[in-house]
Design a protein around this ligand. Structure first.
Ligand code: DX5
Ligand code: ZN
Length: 217
């Protein structure tokens, strides 16, 4: 079984409470928050204040995906706002070991993400330290992009490594997920699957959430 993490990037922010309630009713497992700074990625989204609002609106775990430069400066603020998972990008962070410890010491689960073109080998030294590896299946920055299927090979390799070496990290995938590819993604070994457009750009968000969930049970 995999868990479904709707990304509120694709939600209607004029009615966020209703949108979050809708995915809860469809049995979503985690709320994924995409934080972008206009530097690490071209787009800009929101910060700790909105995460605190999301935290008020749901009891589900909150998964904060930091697509920002210098994430170490703002990690504590996101954790104080209710983040359960904090994920940073391997491509941005020079001292991964230090930042993983910082996240854990402040009481959240520590994730590391890799872009589609980043090899999993870059993570090998710290795999025993992380709680989560987030494999990007689109180039980060925007919702609604096409799924890059070659990234599934990285998920399969990570899953194999995890089994062989008895690592504890969860494997998450993010970008371009839909009802057509979600089963293959689950079968590749993903524990958590993020979906933005496929969940929220719909007439009936609850029904779509349930449908996606049923595909990955
Ligand atoms: C992309 C974000 C994703 C995005 C996924 O930079 O990290 O979480 O919201 O959106 P969809 O599912 O529309 O590709
Ligand atoms: Zn994301």
């Amino acid at each position: 079984m995999s868990l479904l993490a709707p990304s509120i990037l694709a939600a209607d922010f004029s009615n966020l409470a209703q949108q979050i309630r809708a995915v809860e009713l469809g049995n979503a497992d985690i709320i994924h928050c995409d934080i972008m700074d206009g530097k690490f990625v071209p787009n800009i989204t929101f910060g700790p204040k909105i995460v605190a609002t999301v935290n008020k609106l749901t009891k589900l775990p909150i998964d904060v995906h930091l697509m920002i430069e210098q994430p170490q400066n703002i990690i504590k603020d996101f954790i104080n706002s209710g983040a359960d998972y904090i994920t940073v990008h391997q491509e941005e962070v020079i001292h991964l070991d230090r930042i993983i410890n910082l996240i854990k010491e402040n009481g959240a689960k520590a994730g590391v993400s890799i872009n589609p073109s980043t090899p999993i080998e870059s993570l090998f030294p710290i795999l025993h330290l992380t709680d989560l590896i987030l494999v990007m299946s689109v180039n980060p920055g925007f919702g609604g992009q096409k799924f890059l299927d070659y990234t599934l090979e990285k998920v399969r390799s990570l899953k194999q490594l995890k089994t062989e070496k008895d690592y504890n990290f969860q494997i998450e995938l993010d970008g371009g997920v839909n009802a057509e590819n979600i089963v293959e993604i689950k079968n590749a070994g993903c524990d958590i699957i993020v979906a933005g457009t496929a969940v929220f750009k719909n007439e009936n968000i609850t029904e779509t959430t349930t449908k996606l969930k049923n595909l990955i049970i």
